[in-house]
Design a protein around this ligand. Structure first.
Ligand SMILES: *Cc1c(COP(=O)(O)O)cnc(C)c1O
Length: 458
């Protein structure tokens, strides 16, 4: 007899699979309520006991109470923050990963996983125009990808400039960069040259003028650009910044956590061609590439340099590195600040392989097209209670309800969620509270957009 926790329970397995089957078949996925549940959140007091509780009743409790207190990010009416809309195939394969006993750390342990994840990474690198040999690893999110990429950039900058005191080295970043960039540099002890962008876009001209008026431009060792800002979808001047960085031996990091997915867009691919200059590049499949959380692709132009900086050394790990170098056997753990890792790239890989790239192109494009049609609708006379704050960019639409206070936006947003119409949250733009759509799910339609806009009428 084995330990009871490891016994196969056929009845519970059926119940769990039935739950998953039901959730997968929902069309559309209901929004649910998050913290705005009609009933108060249930108490979990006394749940953890010495002898355990009946699993079926706990599953039932989860379904009936806890799950309702979560806003489903994969609902087509989730239009806040950055949604997440995993394909059915990626969700199904995530269950395979969960049940397969995989640790995607090393080639020795998981070669079969690594070849598949690396195929997906190479595909993305190629799409971004990065050279053959580019590679990296799937990490938990854009924040963690940015931290690892910038760590390598910092160490490369230090090595290039032994004559400069390490604590004075800086990265040039735009004041519109994602908060995770500032946090990462803070963790790394790297200062910033904070550049005021041109209408929120970080351009070569803004970088050059910041450098020209700085007393110590020689301490700048890298440039961080954003391929699609989270708040507004703005794509920095990747070509200008990237070719300048290359020419001046500056590390070029591109944060494409959200917008990098538009590499798949037939109409917008061209605006991302400057990513080909990147030394490190991040794009989150768990955002606009329709994979489940948590999954970000981190890709280096020179992965062996990243490995020198990030590979963990410990005597019990020596076996992983035995016989290396001439033909290095790829250990995903060597390319980020992590060791044990879930094979989180596999659901994305399975979905990409099974659905084909054309499906990704049309799905990404549909969100961009919906943003453009939404902008056109807001600009019609019929919609005289709302106006665009700025032209839509990628799949983000910023607009204002004329005459509303902050409280009115908040009340409206909460009411839309309580009524299960949509989850739309206000944001700040140049100090003003405004409304924002972030489109992503291909099933979000014009009718919903109209309904939300109509809900703002006097
Ligand atoms: C979402 C986002 C991040 C952070 O990514 P996580 O996966 O949430 O950690 C970083 N940069 C940009 C531009 C983003 O949109």
């Amino acid at each position: 007899m084995g330990h009871p926790m490891f016994e196969y329970d056929a009845a519970l397995t059926d119940e769990i699979f039935d739950y998953c089957r039901e959730r997968l078949s929902l069309d559309p996925v209901p929004l649910d309520y998050g913290s705005l549940t009609p009933e108060p959140l249930p108490t979990l007091e006394g749940f953890i006991t010495a002898d355990g509780r009946d699993a079926a009743s706990v599953l039932h409790f989860f379904k009936e109470h806890l799950a309702l207190a979560v806003v489903s990010i994969d609902a087509p009416n989730f239009l806040a923050f950055i949604p997440n809309a995993p394909t059915k195939n990626s969700l199904l394969f995530d269950m395979v990963v969960a049940c397969s006993g995989l640790n995607g750390t090393s080639w020795l342990e998981s070669a079969g996983v690594v070849v598949a994840e690396n195929q997906a990474l190479s595909f993305l690198a190629h799409l971004a125009g990065m050279p053959d040999g580019s590679g990296g690893a799937f990490v938990s999110g854009g924040s963690s990808g940015n931290l690892s990429g910038l760590t390598v950039g910092r160490d490369v900058g230090r090595a290039r400039h032994p004559e400069i005191a390490p604590h004075t080295l800086r990265f040039a970043i735009s004041s519109d960069a994602h908060s995770s960039i500032g946090k990462a540099l803070h963790v790394l002890g790297v200062e910033t040259l904070l550049v005021e962008p041109d209408d929120h876009r970080f351009t070569l001209a803004t970088l050059q003028s910041a450098l020209a008026s700085d007393p110590h431009p020689e301490t700048v060792i890298g440039v961080v650009a954003t391929a699609g800002t989270t708040n507004a979808g703005i794509i920095d001047d990747l070509e200008g910044l990237g070719s300048y960085a290359r020419a001046h031996d500056l590390w070029f990091h591109v944060d494409g956590a959200y917008g990098g997915a538009s590499l798949f867009s037939p109409t917008h691919h061209q605006y991302l061609s400057g990513i080909r200059h990147a030394d490190s590049f991040v794009v989150d499949p768990h955002k606009w590439l329709f994979a489940p959380l948590d999954c970000a692709a981190l890709i280096y132009r020179a992965p062996m340099v990243a490995r020198t900086v990030l590979a963990q050394q410990a005597s019990y790990l020596d076996i992983l590195h035995a016989g290396e170098d001439e033909d290095y056997e790829w250990n995903p753990s060597d390319f980020a600040i992590h060791l044990s890792r879930r094979a989180r790239g596999l659901p994305f890989w399975f979905s990409l392989v099974t659905n084909g790239t054309r499906a990704y192109e049309t799905a990404v494009q549909s969100a961009i097209d919906l943003a453009a049609r939404t902008e056109a609708l807001i600009n019609t006379e019929e919609m005289d209670h709302v106006e665009m704050v700025r032209p839509s960019s990628l799949s983000v639409v910023l607009f204002r309800r004329l005459g509303w206070t902050d409280e009115q936006y908040t009340r409206w947003s909460h009411q839309l969620l309580r009524d299960q119409i949509a989850f739309v949250t206000p944001t700040k733009w140049e100090g003003e509270t405004v409304a924002r759509f972030a489109f992503l799910h291909p099933d979000t339609d014009d009718e919903l957009v109209r309904r939300v806009l109509d809900s703002m009428r006097p």
